[in-house]
Design a protein around this ligand. Structure first.
Ligand SMILES: Nc1ncnc2c1ncn2[C@@H]1O[C@H](COP(=O)(O)OP(=O)(O)O)[C@@H](O)[C@H]1O
Ligand SMILES: Nc1ccn([C@@H]2O[C@H](COP(=O)(O)OP(=O)(O)O)[C@@H](O)[C@H]2O)c(=O)n1
Length: 646
């Protein structure tokens, strides 16, 4: 399973240019395809769902071109009649392509097959098919009744009249009908049965149809009239707004992580309902500023989000972001009226409950509600994403709690936001790490501990973990070559660090792990890749606010490659042997200069020669040779170079 570990964050601040809106991109593509004339579409979203729509249109004989590698396209409209009358379309998991194409093709008079990924075949479409059948469309279910895949045949479409469609499962059914009905040329009335959900998405549909010259009369949210003789005409150029649902992650990051975080591409003038996510955040106490084309979020004055109980029917997608933001609220939070979550990319209510529990929240799942009680302390977890882009994006916010979060199958964001994690990193302020690597007795431990104390940061002596594995192995009678058993020991190491003492199974082993046997043993077990892998996450989890000073051999190269400062600390072998000698003598432990020097040379050679995580100075590390320096000077050298947090 591919995964991405997001590093612990101190906060979030910065600006993000949003990718184009998925809802607008796929609607505009279909409208441009059906229109008369050529449409120049700017800033189209580059994502899987939009790809599926582009492929489908091409298969239907619509000619479009992309300008270079950019996000600008030209679509030559077919004036309401698709040139290709027989086609087999695969639409992945793109609801915004599947539903509107079903309606448009049902009225097109050809033989078409529409299918998708297995999850698409679990997402209902019966209400749309029922409505289209009322208009005379001939549609068969190829699998389960009420669900894709579908076969569409030329029907005897009756123009005009009144159609009824259910509005309480997915608003995409109504969107699909609205966009397709102008193809009949007759006046048609659509009556919505049941309470229409996700109304703002219908508002997007109506606004875009109007851009393409068709004005729908609306009576409340229950009755819509598509006028007679309606024809789509290209508005010649259309700019796709930034995606307001995608904006929610960054705005929440600003509200949780201090901010300000500004998103560009949506703002006060947006036609997308999800911009109202900003209002919801404001109710949690976040400070929001808005311009025509941007929104900015900062944390509440108090620093902490307020608990909430909200009806979120109007922003179903962005509401998921609030479920994760609830982890940072000052009390239990209730999300209401979110039944549509159950028929999305996955059953989002169930998925959200399961994953929020993994990070420590108490969650109560209702049929159309979710109650999230934040934990006193968040837990490190591997988050399953259910092939749902929004699960992956939402859970990135957990890292703002100052802990690592693992996102499984991170590429699922390609559905709507392929560059999500790169953009997120641009506003993320990671917990800083100072990595000090170098050979034995160069002074890493001494310098690192002093620097950590001066800065008030945490301290990781990674060598002690290898020493502990060696000690545990010696005690358990495990040979130092048995990689599998040693890795198992390392993975379950019952070790802890308290007030400068090292404990194994509760017993103080601070001095035991410094014995020559443990030194030599540590160097041997450290050469085994499985042992190193078993200790990796454990080391990374020492990274906590306000910062970490970590010392060892591979802190800068493997464990914390994104360290804010990397120092390679060294000294001549003779100087190091002499230091170690004095150190051991001071502790009343036996030592011999010659054997210490020999041991140092051997360990240096082993550390430098091993294929995994060999000891070497990285190009981005600062060299500090302490042969002729005292401890004070070495500590000052490092402190002077620690980047100041902005
Ligand atoms: N310039 C110096 N920087 C750091 N330590 C020094 C220096 N000069 C002497 N020492 C001494 O060297 C000894 C070995 O340092 P230690 O921190 O245990 O090294 P390491 O962690 O690299 O094995 C310590 O007793 C330390 O006080
Ligand atoms: N990050 C690290 C830290 C230590 N080690 C190994 O663990 C052994 C003990 O580490 P240490 O830092 O306590 O050793 P000294 O520098 O004190 O001799 C070293 O000899 C290395 O081989 C490693 O491989 N990677």
């Amino acid at each position: 399973m591919e995964f991405l570990d997001l590093v612990p964050l101190l906060g979030a601040r910065g600006r993000v240019r949003l990718p184009g809106s998925k809802s607008i991109s796929n609607r505009v593509l279909l409208l441009a395809a059906l229109a008369e004339g050529e449409t120049d579409i700017r800033d189209l979203l580059a994502s899987d769902d939009v790809e599926r729509m582009l492929e489908a249109l091409q298969a239907l004989g619509v000619r479009w071109t992309r300008r270079g590698d950019g996000d600008d396209y030209t679509v030559r409209g077919v004036g309401g009649v698709f040139p290709v009358k027989t086609a087999d379309l695969f639409l992945g998991n793109a609801g915004t392509a599947f539903r509107p194409l079903t309606a448009a093709l049902a009225l097109a008079g050809g033989e078409y097959r529409l299918s998708g990924v297995p999850r698409m075949h679990e997402r209902p479409i019966g209400d749309l098919v029922d409505a289209l059948r009322q208009a005379g469309a001939a549609i068969d279910y190829l699998g389960k009744d009420g669900y894709p895949p579908l076969a569409i045949h030329p029907g005897s479409v009756r123009a005009g009249g009144v159609l009824q469609v259910r509005g309480d499962v997915s608003s995409q059914f109504l969107t699909a009908l609205l966009m397709a009905l102008p193809l009949t040329g007759a006046e048609t009335v659509i009556e919505v049965v049941g309470e229409l959900i996700s109304k703002p998405y219908i508002a997007i549909t109506l606004a875009l149809m109007e851009r393409f010259g068709v004005q729908v009369r609306r009576e409340g949210w229950a009755r819509f009239t598509v006028p007679a003789g309606a024809r789509y005409r290209s508005p010649s150029i259309v700019y796709v707004e930034g995606d307001a649902s995608s904006a929610s992650y960054f705005l929440a990051a600003g509200a949780i992580g201090g901010g300000p975080v500004r998103v560009e591409g949506v703002g006060r003038d947006s036609i997308q309902g999800d911009v109202r996510f900003a209002e919801a955040l404001a109710e949690l106490g976040a400070r929001i500023d808005m311009g025509p084309n941007w929104i900015e979020a900062r944390a509440p004055e108090s620093g902490r989000l307020r608990a909430f109980d909200m009806d979120l029917n109007h922003i179903p997608d962005a509401a998921m972001t609030l479920a994760v933001a609830a982890l940072f609220a000052d009390g239990p939070c209730v999300l209401r009226n979110i039944a549509s979550w159950r028929v999305k990319e996955t059953d989002r209510i169930a998925a959200m409950a399961t994953e929020l529990r993994k990070v420590g929240a108490t969650v109560e799942e209702g049929t159309d509600t979710l109650k999230v009680t934040p934990p006193t302390r968040l837990r490190v977890a591997a988050i399953a994403t259910y092939d749902d882009h929004r699960m992956a994006m939402c859970f990135s916010l957990v890292s703002l709690g100052g802990l690592r979060v693992r996102i499984n199958d991170p590429k699922c964001v390609n559905k709507t936001f392929p560059t999500y994690f790169e953009r997120f990193a641009e506003v993320a302020r990671p917990v800083p790490v100072l990595a000090i690597d170098g050979p034995s007795a160069s002074g890493k431990g001494t310098v690192a501990a002093r620097v950590a104390q001066a800065l008030g940061w945490h301290y990781l002596d990674s060598g002690s973990l290898y020493r502990l594995v060696a000690l545990a192995a010696l005690r358990a009678g495990v040979a130092l070559e048995e990689e599998g058993r040693l890795a198992a020991l390392a993975a379950a190491l019952p070790a802890s660090f308290e007030d400068g003492r090292v404990l194994l199974d509760g017993a103080d082993v601070t001095d035991d792990i410094r014995s020559e046997a443990c030194s030599a043993g540590a160097s041997k077990v450290a050469a085994l890749p499985a042992v190193r892998a078993a200790l990796l996450d454990r080391q990374r989890d020492y990274r906590a606010a306000p910062g970490l000073v970590a010392e060892g051999r591979d802190m800068g190269s493997v464990v914390f490659p994104d360290a804010a400062l990397k120092v390679f600390l060294t000294a001549t072998a003779e100087a190091r042997a002499e230091r170690r000698y004095k150190q051991l003598m001071a502790k009343g432990m036996a030592a011999n200069m010659q054997s210490l020097l020999k041991d140092l040379h051997e360990r240096d050679a082993r550390d430098a020669a091993r294929p995994v995580a060999p000891l070497k100075k990285l190009p981005d590390a600062v060299l500090l040779d302490t042969t002729n320096l005292d401890v004070e000077q070495a500590v000052s050298f490092v402190l002077e170079r620690v980047p100041v947090a902005d």
